[in-house]
Design a protein around this ligand. Structure first.
Ligand code: GDP
Length: 300
């Protein structure tokens, strides 16, 4: 078994390839939940949804969020009624959020809800939220301390970030299922996700780092030069005191990685790194990188 740490874009692109080159039951994914948010009374878990939709074959891989060919009738009507629903939520996608919200209100654990939804959608992989309690990534801006989604989706990342803060009522603890998946794995892959908003929240769950201690850990950089392949990672790295590049990414995972993978085009040198084409512009590229990752793991 291989366990992946994932956000909602970079690592899912790698998972798209992994599911083609290994037994799908041998894939576990620990998914970031620090971007979760309640919208219009329902619970969105954006990274869990993306991973679940990917594995069920429903994901819109043009945008890497939402369901392919979804309609937006409810969202359009809600906006017409004057409610500022700042995330465009598709109708089918909303059904998932309604179901999850309802189950959470009934006291179910997010882990069990995810398992149930994945079963309903025929997912064969093991999709695990990092924790069962609420934790939220917020950013300090001139507008005050705002949810990451307010910064990235509503403000389109166009405002300065001074600081990144993770808030919670109780410190997040890695679930028993997460720890068991790591223990049962031959290797752990930190995919090319945003180190600050996707990977560090997972690594910060109590018990997670200890579980990784004796494991082979491979990480893939989401940066090429001083820019991420997509998204706001550079601003977030900067605001968190890390260089916005592969060295900063390597430092985010200090003491954890046995193998660090950088893109062949990356001018930044991380010593002892392994170089591959990590730009997963289509499914073939995802499969090619997945094969290299698998080869590396077998050689460890
Ligand atoms: P989010 O939850 O939507 O922010 O998604 P992730 O955290 O999983 O992924 C965002 C990161 O993926 C960004 O920092 C991108 O640089 C990185 N990324 C996206 N596509 C690729 C790719 O094809 N190759 C690599 N190496 N990184 C990628």
């Amino acid at each position: 078994m291989i366990t992946f740490l994932s956000g909602g874009t970079g690592t899912p692109k790698l998972l798209r390839g992994m599911q083609k080159v290994m037994d799908r039951h041998e894939i576990s994914v620990i998914v970031n939940t620090a971007e979760d948010i309640w919208i219009s009374g329902n619970h969105i878990s954006p990274d869990v949804d993306t991973v679940m939709y990917l594995f069920s074959g429903m994901l819109n891989t043009d945008t890497w969020w939402g369901i392919r060919s979804d309609t937006f009738t409810t969202h359009d009507e809600i906006m017409r009624l004057g409610i500022d629903e700042f995330i465009g939520i598709g109708d089918q996608d909303r059904a998932v959020h309604i179901a999850r919200g309802e189950m959470l209100r009934n006291g179910m654990r997010l882990t069990n809800i995810t398992k149930l939804l994945c079963e309903r959608y025929g997912v064969r992989e093991n999709v695990l939220p990092m924790t069962d309690t609420e934790v939220t990534t917020q950013v300090q801006t001139d507008l005050g301390l705002i949810h990451f989604q307010e910064y990235w989706v509503r403000a389109k990342g166009r405002i300065e970030i001074q600081k990144v803060v993770r808030s919670f009522n109780e410190p997040p603890v890695a679930t028993q299922e997460v720890i068991e998946a790591i223990e049962a794995s031959d290797a752990i892959v930190i995919g090319p996700s945003n180190p600050i908003t996707s990977i560090l929240p997972i690594l910060s769950c109590d018990g997670l780092r200890e579980a990784l201690r004796d494991k082979v850990v491979l990480a893939v950089s989401p940066f090429i030069g001083d820019a991420p392949v997509s998204g706001p990672a550079a601003a977030l790295m900067h605001a968190s005191g890390y260089e916005p590049n592969s060295i900063g990414t390597f430092n985010c995972y200090a003491g954890l990685t046995d193998v660090f993978v950088q893109d062949i085009r990356d001018p930044v040198e991380v010593s002892h790194s392994v170089r591959f084409d990590t730009l997963m512009v289509d499914e073939d590229k995802s499969v090619a990188l997945a094969q290299e990752v698998l080869r590396l793991i077998k050689a460890c």
